[in-house]
Design a protein around this ligand. Structure first.
Ligand SMILES: [Ca+2]
Ligand SMILES: [Ca+2]
Length: 139
């Protein structure tokens, strides 16, 4: 037993906290801290076909200063965007996820400083309104 153990335990606890959030947002659809293409032409947009099937599955929009403003992702490659990231001044503010792939957002994640989850909302019954709200506080 060493003094390092409490720190390891703390890390495990932190990992548990994160994985609980992961469980609510299946797969790797959780936070993407950095945009795929963070800079681009002012007010422009870029489309990508990540899996090469001829269907666009990633789209990014830039603000007037060429910083990323919004990203859209087709996570399950069914041709419909299901994961949305909203930025302000290039910093991630909000994620919206359609985890049932039915065209309706069912998870909203609000971020602080682009990293910390400030608020988490989930729609369980498919009416488009959150049933679970977790507010982690912050500013
Ligand atoms: Ca594709
Ligand atoms: Ca999709």
């Amino acid at each position: 037993m060493t003094k390092a153990i409490p720190l390891v335990l703390l890390c495990l606890l932190a990992a548990c906290g994160l994985s609980a959030l992961d469980k609510a947002a299946p797969g790797s659809m959780a936070a993407a801290p950095t945009p795929l293409l963070p800079r681009g032409a002012p007010n422009g947009s870029v489309e990508l076909d990540r899996n090469g099937d001829g269907v666009v599955d990633y789209r990014v929009y830039y603000d007037a200063r060429g910083k990323v403003a919004r990203e859209e992702l087709d996570f399950n490659f069914d041709g419909k965007m299901d994961t949305f990231y909203y930025y302000k001044d290039g910093v991630l503010q909000r994620e919206e996820l359609d985890t049932r792939f039915n065209g309706q957002i069912d998870i909203w994640v609000y971020l602080l400083e682009g990293t910390y989850v400030q608020r988490y909302e989930r729609d369980l019954d498919g009416d488009g309104k959150p049933d679970i709200v977790r507010d982690f506080g912050g500013k």
